[in-house]
Design a protein around this ligand. Sequence first.
Ligand SMILES: NC(=O)c1ccc[n+]([C@@H]2O[C@H](COP(=O)([O-])OP(=O)(O)OC[C@H]3O[C@@H](n4cnc5c(N)ncnc54)[C@H](OP(=O)(O)O)[C@@H]3O)[C@@H](O)[C@H]2O)c1
Length: 258
Amino acid sequence: MEYIPLGRSDTRIPKIGFGAWQYRGGRGVLRRAHALGAAFVDTAEMYGTEPQVARDIAGLRGEYFIATKVSPQNLRRDTLLAHADASLRRLETDWIDLYQIHSPNPDIPIAETMAAMRALVDDGRVRHVGVSNFSVDDMRAAQDALGGVPLASNQMRYSLAARQIEDDVLPYCQEHAITVIAYSPLAKGDFSAAGLERLAEVAADVGKTPAQVLLNWVVGQPGVMAIPKTDRPERVDEAVAAVGWTLAPHHRAALEGA
Ligand SMILES: NC(=O)c1ccc[n+]([C@@H]2O[C@H](COP(=O)([O-])OP(=O)(O)OC[C@H]3O[C@@H](n4cnc5c(N)ncnc54)[C@H](OP(=O)(O)O)[C@@H]3O)[C@@H](O)[C@H]2O)c1
């Protein structure tokens, strides 16, 4: 596994972690990820999978990086603090490694939300603060409101089939050392027939699977890690083997032109 720093911090995270939206669990996926050096899981109060994540990493808490999210309707100060505690209980832990705002809520002042996040960092319930689906303006406002607490990450849809963040969010994050956590990196169903064909050709050429090519392409961008979701342990091995090698420029160009 390869690792990158989380934001400006000394914490290092794997380039491949695992998402828990629609995750059923119970089949050893997260334990296999841990064994392969990819002990990073992303869940959310909205997913309803925090209890399953806790069960699946039982006994490994100290070695696991847990990212979870508070839903946008819960961003008032007292509500957020109560929802953080509820996530802690469901995750059976005393701390959340990365607590993310699932998406912006223009009806609740970001200053109020981030004051609550700062309180959670101050008392150790949260190690790092992140956001998700935030525009550049949203990130600026979030960092202003966080004061001395660095904004660690922005979780965004990013794949070969969804490259919108390259316009502004990705360059901004790279410039300000905000890690991009790429969600839906496998972009299931989002490719044209020609795109799928090109993907298959490149995969055959480099001796990797299409999923590995997609993941390698995403995490080949500086400051980006990806969180594919799988319920199949063998796909953990496949995803982890998506790093440790580099797509040649002509392969990248072929994929990007498809
Ligand atoms: N912040 C947000 O707003 C947001 C939104 C969406 C997602 N997310 C996060 O991102 C994570 C991943 O996103 P996602 O679930 O939308 O998309 P994804 O990871 O790109 O795709 C997941 C799908 O791909 C399949 N899959 C996994 N490995 C595969 C492989 N090697 N070959 C072929 N198919 C494979 C999975 O099936 P199997 O389970 O059967 O392997 C599942 O159906 C979520 O779990 C969640 O943590 C965040």
